[in-house]
Write a protein that binds this ligand. Structure first.
Ligand code: FAD
Length: 451
């Protein structure tokens, strides 16, 4: 009997344990189900859909090279798969385990028709436990708990041949899903930076070993190309984290990199325990925090989204995000802190904007990082830790990052670029600061004290 191979955020053929298992059991029917209902408010955002379109096309090409093809279906995941089982006479579905709440609900609904494999994390998340057997809530403890399980298994090779059924079931076309905006759109800059799909991921992966030596320092410098930029490839599973681990080489510096890579596993563990983590404060006392709302707050949110806050490092980051679908980690932290603390706007507004704009938007990584910066999370900074955007900017940017993304400031000298207004050289087409740093800090501290 045929078996179904269910692709989700694991759009690859190499190190794909579900595929390896399926091949041994009969002709394989690979399927991707576009389910916009299961995730509800967390259905994929615009940038992710742009990526998905290209990644699915790439996966289909690769499957065809291996004598197979990708079947596309749309609908509630579990129901759609049940229909496909009936149509094809398949008796089994193979897939990789995921931790987003909507995927877990679909897995549960499929019950023992679904055979789950591990492969989208360094290790099995359930295996990382405290001495008393509970999952971790603090990253540093998680990292220690992970040690006995490392290094992760070596990645499996891609099969040369994926045997298919005698008759293929019908498939939607990618075009009819309209994942990618047609006509003039905001995503024209994406093509320059990204090549979705397993081959694009493999090309990035080749660079990894070479940048590890400088990683501990360069990863904080947004003007440098000092990080792997593998995040969207990892989010869509075009490369497995185990493959990334084993491609990163040895040496003292690699530890810092492994530690970042393991954050991904940690955030999956968090949403496994707290499935509503993208919606609910990790610590309930923050439910009482009085976020700003109303007209002025809406205008401030808009200015932040558009990169017009008057803080060059924040604006550069927000424009990089809009233009390329990605933002450097250091700048994500600065921009997120600015929204939550300086503007006193609910972190969920920022999380949503990132969700729609990031090609790597990820349920666990996005929510855990936002709550960490906001101070509302189970593993988080104290509320009173407020990043100073100008100091951060001076410390980590030479000015080249700002100049690249904020063209109005292209002619401002190094000494003034972090704070052109303060230096009295703000160009007239660049906005004044929407709030002063000291004033913002006082307001945020007062809001924290009030709860
Ligand atoms: P590298 O430094 O090369 O790291 C390699 C990989 O490790 C990354 O691709 C990523 O998978 C993982 N990783 C690194 N740092 C983190 C981290 N802090 N948390 C979780 N995983 C990490 N990352 C996402 O993948 N999706 C998101 O939606 C997302 N939202 C974020 C929101 C905020 C407010 C902040 C502060 C960070 C967010 N991050 C998110 C984490 C981080 O910024 C990105 O993973 C990183 O910038 C991706 O670039 P890279 O691939 O070059 O990273």
């Amino acid at each position: 009997d045929p078996v179904i191979l269910w692709f989700r955020q694991d759009l690859r053929l190499a190190d794909q344990p579900a595929l390896s298992a399926a091949i041994g059991q009969g002709p394989v029917v690979p399927v991707y189900v576009l389910d916009d209902d299961g995730p509800g408010d967390w259905r994929m955002g615009g940038a992710q859909r742009w990526w998905l379109h290209r990644s699915l096309a790439a996966l289909d090409r690769q499957l065809r090279d291996a004598g197979s093809r990708l079947i596309l279906r749309r609908g509630r995941a579990a129901e759609t798969l049940a229909v496909l089982m009936e149509e094809t006479g398949a008796t089994r579905i193979h897939g990789l385990r995921h931790y987003e709440p909507w995927w877990r609900a679909a897995e549960e609904a499929l019950g023992d028709r679904l055979c789950l494999h591990d492969g989208n994390h360094l290790v099995r998340i359930e295996d990382v436990r405290t001495g008393s057997g509970t999952p971790f809530r603090i990253y540093s403890a998680f990292w220690r708990g992970l040690q006995p399980l490392l290094p992760p298994d070596r990645p499996l090779p891609a099969p040369d041949d994926v045997p298919g059924p005698a008759r293929w079931p019908k498939s939607d076309t990618l075009a009819e899903w309209r994942l990618s905006p047609s006509g003039p759109d905001w995503s024209t800059g994406f093509d320059e930076d990204w090549t979705p799909g397993e081959e694009g991921a493999a090309a990035r992966l080749k660079r990894v070993a070479g940048l590890i030596g400088g990683y501990p320092v360069d990863r904080n410098l947004p003007a440098e190309d000092g990080t792997t930029r593998l995040s969207p490839h990892l989010h869509f599973g075009e490369v497995s984290p185990r493959a990334v681990w084993h491609a990163s080489g040895g040496g003292a510096e690699v530890d810092k990199f492994h530690k970042e890579l393991a954050w991904r596993d940690f955030t999956s563990g968090v949403v496994m325990q707290l499935p509503r983590y993208a919606d609910d404060n990790g610590r309930a006392k923050y439910d009482r925090l009085e976020w700003r709302t109303g007209k002025a707050a809406t205008a401030d949110l808009r200015a932040w989204q558009r990169g017009r806050t008057g803080y060059p490092i924040v604006d550069a980051g927000m424009r990089q995000l809009w233009t390329s679908g990605w933002m450097h980690n250091r700048v994500r932290m600065i921009a997120a802190s600015f929204l939550v603390k300086h503007l006193l706007i609910d972190w969920r507004e920022g999380e949503r904007w990132f969700w729609d704009c990031l090609v790597d938007a990820d349920y666990g990584n996005n929510s855990v990082n936002w709550q960490w910066i906001a101070g509302t999370g189970i593993d988080a900074n104290m509320w009173s830790r407020i990043m100073a955007p100008l100091t951060q900017s001076e410390k980590f940017d030479t000015g080249n990052y700002i100049r690249r993304w904020v063209p109005e400031l292209a002619d401002v000298a190094d000494a003034a670029i972090h704070d052109p207004e303060g230096a009295g050289v703000r160009p007239s087409d660049y906005p004044a600061k929407i709030i002063g740093h000291r004033e913002a800090r006082e307001r945020a501290l007062a809001a924290g004290r009030a709860i």
